[in-house]
Design a protein around this ligand. Structure first.
Ligand code: MF3
Ligand code: CO
Ligand code: CO
Length: 269
């Protein structure tokens, strides 16, 4: 099946959806402190999206084939949880790392972004993993331009992660996004240069590498959603929604509080 390119009108709606998504992450940032529960963070984000933004949290009741409906508004993945962590009564404690993954539907279009947060003082190892994963995201983004290939993105991410002694999760990937949450293409976070789909202006997809400090293998918990590392090693993830432009990329999930790209990563052309 073909990968869609978005019209200028759709792109304008996705810029708004992306900014609103990033603003939810800005909003929740001061609340990520020791003692807060992941359900507290979920409720705060839910209420902000619905009542302040007038938008819809896409995860709530999301039910892809083979899954039961997702019960919460955001994903909260703590420490060795890789992705899709379901918020609950767990209290965050000093030293935890947590990924908050937010997807907002605004005027029928999706924005999807996630960031890592440090709860109190975290270990040197945890900080290094989160930094390298952030660099992986941006090295992937920097590959994006019309005429490049999806494999260029995956290769840049895999190379940086493995050079650091880490491993790339294979079971989950980035995805096309638009009027639907998950569209074609699949954006793998590993691969070989000059392979895979050729990028065209107007394509929109996420890049969201999940990087493990230990081995790549993952398993899912009995809740049917939460993914954890098999070896219980720490895992980190960052995500942006990205538009392909004729000369490079435009990151759509930007807000006042969005962390800047590493200065040594090439700017969009
Ligand atoms: N936001 C996740 C992604 O980046 C998907 C979460 S699906 C959910 O693709 F149902 F768990 F929310
Ligand atoms: Co995504
Ligand atoms: Co996401």
């Amino acid at each position: 099946m073909a990968v869609s390119t978005k019209t200028p009108e759709e792109i304008e709606k996705m810029r708004l959806a992306g900014r609103l998504t990033a603003e939810v992450l800005d909003y929740i940032t001061p609340h990520v402190v020791p003692g807060v529960t992941t359900a507290d963070l979920d409720r705060l984000c839910h209420d902000y999206i619905v009542n302040e933004q007038g938008c819809i949290p896409a995860p709530l009741n999301y039910a892809p084939p083979g899954y039961k409906p997702y019960p919460k508004a955001i994903c909260t993945s703590v420490n060795h949880q890789v992705c899709h962590g379901v918020p609950g009564e767990r209290q965050l404690k000093n030293g935890d790392i947590v990924n908050l993954d937010v997807t907002v539907i605004s005027d029928g279009y999706h924005g999807d972004s996630s960031r890592m947060f440090h709860v109190g003082e975290t270990s040197v190892q945890a900080r290094r993993l989160c930094e390298i994963t952030f660099e992986c995201l941006w090295l992937g983004i920097a590959q994006v331009k019309a005429g490049a290939h999806l494999g260029d993105i995956g290769h840049a991410i895999q190379r940086h992660a493995e050079k650091a002694g880490y491993s790339v999760v294979r079971e989950f990937c980035g995805h096309g996004i638009g009027a639907r949450f998950h569209e074609e293409p699949q954006v793998l976070h590993y691969g070989r240069p000059h392979t895979g789909l050729r990028l065209e202006p107007g394509m929109v997809f996420t890049i969201e590498p999940m990087i493990n400090a230990g081995r790549a293998a993952v398993r899912s918990l009995a809740d049917g959603w939460t993914i954890v590392t098999k070896d219980h090693s720490l895992s980190a993830q960052w995500e942006h929604t990205v538009l392909v432009t004729p000369t490079g990329y435009e990151v759509l999930t930007l807000s006042a509080g969005t962390r800047a790209k590493p200065e040594w990563v090439e700017a969009p052309r």
